[in-house]
Design a protein around this ligand. Structure first.
Ligand SMILES: [Zn+2]
Length: 103
């Protein structure tokens, strides 16, 4: 890359989006914040100052539900669909259509 090219590229400082989970006196709190990492640091310092703690459990949904059926076409585990108890294959078949396999 030449120097002239390097100058044309502008660094776009897009504010990052943070979601901070904390507990204050046992109450779960979620704070959404947009800005730089510095702002996040300040927020966490402030939270600690008012007695907030990190949540005891990560509130992430299980990535892979146990017992997911396996697609008979792709031989890969299916994904849980929005409808509880049913699964779909997230892969594609020839032609770009979604895999018709359902669990
Ligand atoms: Zn499939």
């Amino acid at each position: 890359m030449s120097e002239a090219n390097a100058q044309q590229i502008q660094t776009v400082t897009k504010p990052a989006h943070f979601t901070v989970s904390a507990e204050i006196d046992g109450f779960p709190v979620v704070i959404e914040l947009e800005g730089k990492a510095d702002a996040l640091r300040q927020l966490i310092d402030k939270l600690k100052a008012i007695g907030a703690t990190a949540p005891q459990k990560a509130s992430t949904a299980p990535a892979k539900p146990a017992g997911a059926p396996v697609c008979s076409i792709h031989n890969t585990p299916m994904k849980a669909s929005r409808k509880p108890g049913s699964y779909f294959c997230p892969r594609q078949i020839d032609g770009g259509a979604y895999c018709p396999e359902k669990g």
